[in-house]
Design a protein around this ligand. Structure first.
Ligand code: F6P
Length: 549
């Protein structure tokens, strides 16, 4: 037993789970027509309807008790106070300062970081405006038309996701591209049709040591130098990093280095200068609106009581399914094409944060922690993996994200999109009983033997829980709110699971081994002291390389 599984709030929930696990949401909705009012919450235009969950009022009371007994509010307050809650790295977790739009000072180690945050934002503003107005030009005097962000993980996913989401705010003459994978195909396909004279590279790396990013940056630099000469680097390369020395060593003018700080985690860094590509492509004012949206969610999270606190409610529901129902998969399903990249972004946010197996004290946990996150945009996803959600043998908790309005006024498309959004959560909740399936087939005049054969196949168990988030429109503000909502949800779950959501030691081992294997692939070092599988694979690949190239 651990402190968590021993916690009376946890054991009470376990007993409660036994009482409610067989209840069907269809009956819960029949018994209580006020479920929507009881189980929904709003924050600055975003609605969370969590009534289609396998919960009663008592469940929510007990989950709130769990949050309080795990000191969620106190740890949240420590984050906002700049305390070093990232204990394994002894750092503050302070991305909220990057989007603090209030006059409140944000203190870390006795220093208000807001003057520095504002100074960097001003630098981002000046540079992005210069580029957008054509004042900043390439070495041959032509304005910039393409911004290529070279980064990976948190220095890539948030920026892609935001720019994909906000594509309708993009100008036709300035567009983004991204290079992240060390696979040369990514680099070469991205550069293939680019004009070096109108291309600006942003090397985005917190550490400026990440193998993939640095190799991609060097190859991009060679591509540029080959075409425009070495002098071009200072006009076509800028950097976002915490590591000034490495930026200088790379040959980037540190006047065009946009700094951030070690209290910003990689996967929480889109709000920092890592967002430079966003400011360049959609304009600094829009980037600021995104910060404002995030700040609105921060204020909601910081000040709302547990029972009305959107991120806390979502976190608790996740804990309810992961730890009491034993479901380890969570799907995120945005019904808006602009949000297609959102699930992928969330995979890093959630799985790198809460994919942990020891608690803050370093003891193995005796409960499950962060779930597997997957998802895709509806309605496309309905035609790929929704079958499993409706009738598969696994249970998956779900977030549906609906957007009331569209940037493109084709009313029929939007109506059908929203009808599908509504229909799916309804179908997953209600299901279809065998009697209903039989009656439906009989009404169509089907023969009895055919009905008998198909009845089980056409039955839907239902009782599949989902949250519905509804946004008015995909805007910089709502995207900011949405990201902050999930950041805080993940954080709250980490508090409850007593894990550190802000380190990522799990990605290190593979990085180290890759470095050791490189000379074995090139032949600089003989293939020895490897396990049989790695040795066999190494030899096979080396042989294939000789045969095909
Ligand atoms: O994947 C591990 C990781 O450290 C992420 O947390 C981070 O976002 C990514 O690598 C990139 O790191 P950097 O910005 O230092 O290049």
């Amino acid at each position: 037993m651990s402190a968590l599984t021993d916690n009376p709030a946890w054991t009470t929930l376990q007993a409660h789970y036994e009482d409610v696990k067989s209840l069907h949401m269809r009956d819960l909705f029949k018994q209580d027509t006020d479920r929507f009012e009881k189980f929904s919450v709003r924050s600055s235009g975003i609605l969370l309807d969590y009534s289609k969950n396998r919960i009663t009022e008592q469940t929510m009371t007990l989950l709130s008790d769990l949050a309080r007994s795990c000191h969620v509010e106190q740890v949240r307050d420590k984050m906002f106070a700049g305390e070093h809650i990232n204990s394994t790295e002894d750092r503050a977790v302070f991305h909220v300062a990057l989007r603090n739009r209030s006059e409140r000072p944000m203190m870390v180690d006795g220093v208000d970081v807001m003057p520095e945050v504002r100074a960097v934002l001003n630098k981002v503003r000046r540079f992005s405006e210069d580029v957008r107005k054509g004042h900043w030009r390439g070495v041959t005097g032509r304005p910039i038309k393409t911004v290529v962000n070279i980064g990976i993980g948190g220095s890539d996913l948030g920026v892609i996701m935001a720019l994909q989401s906000l594509r309708s705010y993009q100008r036709d003459d300035l567009s983004p591209r991204f290079i992240s994978n060390v696979d040369s195909s990514h680099l070469m396909e991205t550069l293939r049709d680019l004009d070096p004279e109108t291309t600006l590279f942003i090397v985005a790396s917190k550490t400026f040591t990440t193998q993939e990013t640095m190799l991609n940056a060097r190859s991009a630099r060679s591509w540029l130098v080959k075409r425009l000469g070495g002098e071009a680097v200072r006009k076509h390369f800028v950097a976002v990093s915490t590591n000034e020395e490495k930026v200088r060593d790379f040959g980037i003018d540190t006047d065009y280095m946009f700094p951030f700080w070690d209290w910003v985690g990689g996967r929480y860094s889109v709000w920092s200068a890592i967002g430079l590509a966003i400011a360049l492509v959609i304009g600094f004012d829009k980037f600021e609106e995104m910060l404002e949206g995030a700040h609105a969610m921060d204020e909601h999270f910081r000040t709302s009581p547990v029972e009305h606190n959107m991120p806390i409610i979502m976190a608790l529901l996740g804990v309810w399914y992961a730890n009491f129902f034993g479901w380890s998969t969570h799907a995120v399903l945005p019904y808006d094409q602009y949000l297609t990249r959102f699930p992928q972004y969330l995979q890093q946010l959630d799985m790198e944060s809460n994919g942990k197996r020891v608690d803050l004290q370093g003891r193995p946990v005796d409960y499950t922690t962060g779930p597997v996150i997957f998802g895709h945009a509806g309605t496309n996803a309905q035609h790929s993996f929704f079958q499993l959600l409706h009738q598969g043998s696994w249970n998956v908790s779900m977030d549906f994200i609906g957007v009331a309005n569209n940037h493109h006024p084709l009313r029929e498309h939007q109506t059908i999109l929203l009808s599908n959004f509504l229909a799916q959560t309804k179908a997953l909740m209600l299901g279809k009983t065998e009697e209903e399936a039989r009656a439906e087939m009989a009404a169509k005049g089907m023969a009895q033997n055919r009905i008998d054969k198909l009845a089980a196949h056409r039955t839907f168990p239902g009782n599949k829980p989902s949250n519905s988030l509804v946004l008015p429109l995909v805007t910089p503000f709502t995207v900011g709110q949405l990201l902050a909502l999930y950041e805080h949800k993940v954080f709250v779950q980490g508090i409850i699971w007593n894990i550190n959501s802000f380190d990522q030691w799990g990605v290190e081992l593979g990085k180290q081994l890759a470095k050791d294997l490189t000379p074995k692939l090139t032949g600089e070092v003989p293939i020895m002291d490897e396990d049989a599988s790695t040795e066999g694979l190494l030899k096979y690949m080396k042989r294939l390389k000789k045969e095909f190239i």
